[in-house]
Design a protein around this ligand. Structure first.
Ligand code: ADP
Length: 624
C-alpha cells in the first residue's frame, strides 16, 4: 500500500516537473496522469479501501517538433496500445522540445525516448540511449530509408537547378539542429561544394510549421527553403501555396519513393531506452511494440535499424557528437586522428622491432663472419706454415739428392789447398822458397778456398728456412745460379745450356728462392730422366722467352720420357717412378707457380725423345 502511494506521489512530482522542460504552450500529458494516480493513492490511504494494485508509471519522452498537441494526437494510439498490452505498467507521454528532451533524459525523468534519428544519434553516446525499435510508415521505403528533404525554389527561378547554385543565395530552414529541416541538406550542399555556414548570404531559421518556409520562398524573402520530403506533394492544389509554384533543386530519384527529394533517405525515428531504464521493462516494451498493429495513421514498429548513415552525416558536418573534429586541441586532434595515430604508432613499433631484429641479426652475422674470417686466417696461416715447411723439406730433398758428391767437390779444393801448403813447406825446407813461389801458392790457396766457400754459401742460402717475399726478380739470373749450383755439386754434370730470349726489361714480381727451387726441381728431374743414357741424351736446355706480358720458361730434356698414363698423373702428390722418390717435387712446383699467378704443365718433347716442362709467370715490360 505504502509503496503504491510513494510511487504515485513521486510520479505526480515527476509529472509536474516535466512542465519545466516541456513545450511551454500547454500542460504536459504526463502531469495530468500522474496527478490522477496520486489522487487515487491518497483516497485509498484515507478511506481504507483496497485499491487494485497500482501500475508502475513509465514516462515516454517525445520530441514534439510540431508542438504538443500534434505529438499527443500522433502518439496516443501507441500509448493506448501499450497501456492495454502491458497493464502492469502505466505509460504516459511527455512532450518536449529538443532542449527539454535532453534535460529530461539527463535528469532521468523519462524511461523511454522517441525522437528523430539526428537527436537520437547526438544523444546516443552522451546518455547511453539504446534503440529498441524503429518506426515503420507506409510512406517510407523501409525503416532505414524513410526521412529525406527537398530544397525548394520558386518554379520561375531558371537560374537555380542544383544545390551548388545556392552559393551566394538566401535560404530558409527550420533550425540549425533540425535533422530533416536543415542537416541532411547541409551535408548534400557540402558534397556539391557549397559550405552552408559560409557560402550562403543568409540562412534564415524560421522554426515550424514548415508552411512558413514555403511562404518565404514564394514571396521572394528567401531564394530557397528546406522542407521535409513529401510536404510539397501535400500542398492543396487550390490553396495559396501550390505544388506548381515550386521546383526542387538537385532532384533525386529513389525507386519506389513517390515524393521529390534533394537528399538521400535516412532511417526513421527510433524509440530508445536510457542507461537507467529497467532492462525487463525495455524488453516488454520492445516485444509489445513489435506486435503492435498498425495505427489508423499507418504507424507501426519494426526491429531497430542501423543508424550509421546518420552518424556519417554528423561526422561530415562535424557537429555533436563529432564536434571535436572542429577543434584543434591536442585532445581533439587525438580523438580525430586516433586511428591514423594508432596505425602510425603500430607502424613505428613494427619498424622499431624490425630494426632491432635486423640489428641483432647483423651483429650475429657479423660476429659469425668475423669468427669464420679469423678461422680462415688461422687456417691460411697454418697452411702457409705447412707449405713453407714442405718447400723447405723439398729443398733439402733436392740438396740431399744432389749432394752425393758434395764431399768430393769440397774435398778437391781442400786437397789443392793442402798440396800448395805442403809444397811451400817443402821448398822452405829445401831452401828453394822464392817470394814468387809463395805468392803463387797463396793465390791458388785463396782461389780454392773461395771456390769451396762459394759452394757452401750457395747451399746454405738455398737450404735456409725462410718466408716468401715478392720482389722484382731477374729469372735469367736465377737460371744461371741454379745451373752453377748443379754444376758445382755434381761430379759428372750434364751439359746445361741456357737460351735466354726474354726481354731484359721484362720484370717479374716473384719470390726468387721459390722460383729457383722450381728450376732446380725441374733440372734435377731432367738429370734423373737422362741418367744411364748416352751423354748426348743427357744434355738439358733452359729456354726463356717473353710472350704477351708473360715470361715463359721451358726445361727440355731428351731423357726417358713418360707414358701417356703417367703423364696424366704427373702432378698428383706422391706420384713417383723412382725407388727413392717422394713424388712431392712437381705438386710443390705447381703450387708455387700458381701462387705467383702463373701456370706449370708438361708435354712430351716433340719429336722427342724426352720431356718438356713449361711454366709461365706474369711479367710487365718497364719503359724506364
Ligand atoms: P720425385 O722426383 O720424388 O719422383 P717429382 O714430383 O719431382 O717427384 O716427380 C714425379 C715423377 O714424375 C717422377 O718420379 C718421374 O716419374 C716423373 N718425371 C718428372 N720429371 C720427369 C722428366 N723430366 N722426364 C721423365 N719423367 C719425369
Amino acid at each position: 500500500m505504502d509503496r503504491h502511494l510513494s510511487i504515485s506521489v513521486y510520479a505526480f512530482f515527476r509529472g509536474y516537473h516535466h512542465k519545466m522542460c516541456c513545450l511551454p504552450s500547454s500542460a504536459p500529458t504526463g502531469r495530468v496522469n500522474s496527478f490522477a494516480s496520486a489522487l487515487m493513492a491518497l483516497a485509498g490511504l484515507f478511506f481504507g479501501f483496497q485499491t487494485p494494485a497500482l501500475a508502475k508509471e513509465v514516462v515516454i519522452g517525445v520530441f514534439a517538433y510540431q508542438g504538443e498537441q500534434v505529438a499527443t494526437s500522433d502518439w496516443s494510439p501507441m500509448l493506448n496500445y501499450l497501456n492495454a498490452a502491458l497493464p502492469s505498467d502505466q505509460f504516459q507521454l511527455a512532450s518536449f522540445d529538443a532542449q527539454g528532451l535532453r534535460a529530461a533524459i539527463a535528469q532521468h525523468h523519462v524511461d523511454l525516448v522517441i525522437t528523430n534519428p539526428g537527436y537520437y544519434v547526438a544523444m546516443e553516446y552522451e546518455f547511453g540511449l539504446s534503440r529498441i525499435a524503429t518506426l515503420a510508415t507506409h510512406q517510407a521505403l523501409s525503416t532505414s530509408k524513410a526521412i529525406g528533404s527537398a530544397v525548394i525554389v520558386r518554379a520561375d527561378r531558371h537560374d537555380m537547378k542544383e544545390l551548388s547554385d545556392l552559393a551566394g543565395k538566401r535560404m530558409a530552414a527550420v533550425a540549425p539542429q533540425a535533422f530533416g529541416g536543415y542537416l541532411v541538406v547541409a551535408r548534400e550542399m557540402l558534397h556539391q561544394g557549397v559550405d552552408p555556414e559560409s557560402d550562403l548570404t543568409e540562412v534564415r531559421f524560421m522554426g515550424l510549421p514548415m508552411t512558413n518556409i514555403f511562404a518565404a520562398v514564394q514571396s521572394g524573402a528567401v531564394d530557397a527553403g528546406i522542407v521535409r520530403a513529401c510536404l510539397l506533394e501535400q500542398l492543396n492544389p487550390q490553396g495559396a501555396l501550390k505544388r506548381s509554384d515550386f521546383k526542387v533543386l538537385s532532384p533525386r530519384h529513389e525507386p519506389g519513393f513517390a515524393c521529390a527529394l534533394s537528399t538521400p533517405l535516412y532511417p526513421d525515428w527510433p524509440i530508445a531506452v536510457t542507461r537507467t531504464t529497467d532492462r525487463t521493462l525495455a524488453k516488454r516494451v520492445a516485444q509489445a511494440l513489435l506486435n503492435m498493429p498498425e495505427t489508423p495513421s499507418g504507424l507501426s514498429w519494426s526491429v531497430p535499424t542501423d543508424y550509421q548513415t546518420v552518424h556519417d552525416l554528423y561526422r561530415e558536418l562535424r557537429i555533436e557528437p563529432y564536434a571535436y573534429l572542429r577543434e584543434s586541441t591536442p585532445k581533439a586532434l587525438l580523438l580525430r586522428f586516433w586511428p591514423w595515430l594508432l596505425g602510425l604508432a603500430l607502424l613505428l613499433v613494427a619498424w622499431g622491432i624490425h630494426t632491432v631484429r635486423v640489428e641483432q641479426l647483423v651483429q650475429r652475422r657479423t660476429a659469425q663472419l668475423r669468427d669464420s674470417l679469423d678461422a680462415r686466417e688461422a687456417a691460411e696461416a697454418r697452411m702457409r706454415d705447412h707449405q713453407e715447411q714442405m718447400e723447405h723439406l723439398s729443398r733439402l730433398s733436392i740438396l740431399g739428392e744432389l749432394s752425393g758428391n758434395l764431399a768430393h767437390e769440397i774435398n778437391q779444393p781442400l786437397t789443392t789447398i793442402g798440396n800448395y801448403a805442403r809444397s811451400v813447406l817443402r821448398r822452405q825446407a829445401d831452401g828453394r822458397l822464392t817470394p814468387e813461389a809463395v805468392q803463387e801458392a797463396c793465390n791458388e790457396i785463396n782461389n780454392e778456398a773461395e771456390r769451396a766457400g762459394g759452394i757452401v754459401r750457395r747451399i746454405r742460402h738455398f737450404a735456409r728456412k725462410r718466408s716468401a717475399v715478392r720482389e722484382s726478380t731477374q729469372v735469367p739470373q736465377l737460371a744461371q745460379e741454379a745451373r752453377r749450383l748443379i754444376l758445382g755439386m755434381l761430379r759428372h754434370p750434364p751439359t746445361i745450356t741456357i737460351d735466354d730470349q726474354s726481354l731484359p726489361q721484362a720484370q717479374v714480381m716473384a719470390d726468387g728462392p721459390q722460383i729457383q727451387q722450381v728450376l732446380l726441381n725441374l733440372i734435377k728431374n731432367a738429370i734423373d730422366a737422362g741418367r744411364d743414357l748416352p751423354l748426348e741424351r743427357q744434355a738439358i736446355l733452359l729456354r726463356l722467352e717473353t710472350t704477351d706480358n708473360r715470361l715463359l720458361v721451358q726445361v727440355i730434356d731428351q731423357g726417358c720420357g713418360l707414358s701417356e698414363a703417367n703423364l696424366s698423373r704427373l702432378f698428383e702428390p706422391f706420384f713417383t717412378t723412382k725407388p727413392d722418390g717422394l713424388g712431392l717435387g712437381l705438386p710443390i712446383c705447381k703450387t708455387i707457380i700458381e701462387a705467383h699467378g702463373g701456370r706449370l704443365w708438361a708435354e712430351l718433347n716433340q719429336p722427342g725423345p724426352g720431356m718438356r716442362f713449361l711454366f709461365t709467370l706474369p711479367s710487365h715490360v718497364t719503359t724506364a
